[in-house]
Design a protein around this ligand. Structure first.
Ligand code: S3P
Length: 172
């Protein structure tokens, strides 16, 4: 038996995609990555969507595609860092399933993003210092929304055992 619909949220670099793959294995469900689905559907990379169509268009597509998951039964999905913050997506996800916030520390986020920024249009052209400032500012803006998740795991708590424990609370 396994939890039905699991939405992983959190800033870019918080490990949503990594943990979605892990959870899919032991929860015996399909694992998705929202950015990958958007890219497949739009036949463009995320940076191309941002540069050719703009962020507003990306957010509309993101909101449309996340809602396709209404029809799906059992899955875990890594959402994009901004997903909960637009088009009432947070409330929608909370009604559909279990929303887990991976609240990684600023230090870890910044170091991961500095090492891996090219696929992320919001930071691709920023210097290391600018990335650090960007992350701090975005967290101030987004934390009030992320905080609405059903569950929050902070840096030290983002571990397989903890994720298992809280997902098992939702076995059907
Ligand atoms: C974004 C995060 C990205 C992607 C897009 C915008 C954001 O996803 O959706 O570049 O607004 O934080 P990841 O969190 O998977 O990097």
């Amino acid at each position: 038996m396994a939890a039905e619909k699991i939405f992983l949220i959190g800033m870019m670099g918080s490990g949503k995609s990594y943990w979605a793959k892990k959870i899919a294995k032991w929860n015996k469900c399909v694992g998705y990555d929202l950015d990958d689905i958007i890219e497949m559907n739009e036949e463009k990379t995320i940076p191309e969507i941002f540069s050719e169509d703009g962020e507003d268009a990306f957010r509309k597509t993101e909101a449309k595609i996340i809602r396709w998951f209404k029809e799906k039964k059992k899955f875990v999905i890594a959402t994009g860092g901004g997903t909960p913050c637009f088009h009432d997506n947070m409330n929608w996800m909370k009604k559909e399933g279990v929303v887990i916030w991976l609240d990684e520390s600023i230090e870890v986020l910044v170091s991961r993003l500095i090492a891996n920024k090219t696929k992320r249009p919001l930071i691709a052209n920023l210097s290391d210092d600018q990335i650090s400032k960007f992350v701090q500012e975005k967290l101030v803006e987004r934390n009030p929304i992320y905080q609405q998740a059903h569950y929050r795991l902070t840096s030290d708590e983002i571990k397989e055992a903890n994720l298992k424990k809280l997902i098992l609370k939702h076995v059907s």
